[in-house]
Structures are given as structure tokens and as C-alpha cells.
Design a protein. Structure first.
Length: 152
């Protein structure tokens, strides 16, 4: 499956998606050097086609949906540092954040035992630190989010 063909073929009313050139091997290498974690295959495949996705409504920029890869790295470094500082007081589940909801909430894969063991997509609420599963995999998540079928 081509991610670009899939995304650009979705019947999104009044909205648009901008794709970018793919992530470079140097960027993938930087990720692997910083995190002892393998990207889920479906996310890696997407980044091999486009370096993030930006949303538009009637040609007006709404925001970054799927994070550009360097932003994914920085967001996860920042949140990993916060988790490490808080763990002595409050152990927390680890996540690989890759998308924004536009309201401060983030979407992620759950990390368990330093691996991502499920393709389920989690919505993380930045206000109360709650999480919920919103899609069974990345393809479902992208389709359902862009078609307005996921609410958080």
C-alpha cells in the first residue's frame, strides 16, 4: 500500500493534506541512536514516503497532524525527560508520540518492555494524563481522524 495514494484518496470534505519528501536515512539513524526502540513498521513505511502530514481546510493551514520526523524526535526526547524526572514519584507508561490533535493532546503507540508490541493507537490527554485506544492501527487512525470519526 502506498501511504500517499491512500491518504490523498480519502474523501475528506473541505479538508486537505500536504505531504513532504521522505525522511532521510540520517534522520532514521539519529532516532535509533537516541532511542533504544524500533519504529512500528507501519509508521516507518509512512515516513519512508512522507516526512509528516499537515492539515488544511479550504487552503487554510490547520496544523501538523503526523509530526515531521525531527519534531517526533524532539517531542519524544522532551517527554521522555519529563517521564524520567517524574518516575521516582509516579511511574508512568512510556509512549512513542507521533501525531497531534491540535488541542495539546497527542497520539502514540504504547511502549512495553522497551518495545512497541501493538499497532493500537492511543490518545493521550495532556490535561489529566489519561489515555484511551482510538484506533486499531495507523491506517485506521489516519482514515478515521481525517474523516472526523475520532473524537477526544
Amino acid at each position: 500500500m502506498s501511504w500517499k495514494t491512500f491518504i490523498l484518496g480519502l474523501p475528506i470534505k473541505g479538508a486537505g493534506i500536504k505531504t513532504w519528501p521522505p525522511v532521510t536515512e540520517a534522520q532514521f539513524l539519529r532516532f535509533s541512536e537516541l532511542f533504544s526502540l524500533e519504529l512500528p513498521q507501519e509508521l516507518s513505511d509512512l515516513y519512508h514516503e512522507t516526512n509528516g502530514l499537515h492539515e488544511y481546510i479550504d487552503d487554510m493551514y490547520i496544523g501538523e497532524f503526523i509530526l515531521e520526523f525531527d519534531e517526533l524526535i524532539e517531542e519524544n526526547k522532551h517527554l521522555q525527560k519529563e517521564r524520567t524526572e517524574q518516575e521516582e514519584h509516579h511511574p508512568s507508561t512510556a509512549f512513542l508520540f507521533f501525531a497531534r490533535a491540535g488541542n495539546g493532546d497527542l497520539f502514540a503507540y504504547e511502549i512495553d518492555n522497551e518495545t512497541i508490541q501493538s499497532n493500537a493507537i492511543i490518545a493521550w490527554n495532556h490535561e489529566d494524563d489519561s489515555v484511551k485506544i482510538v484506533a486499531r492501527n495507523l491506517k485506521s487512525f489516519v482514515r478515521e481522524w481525517l474523516m472526523g470519526q475520532i473524537s477526544i
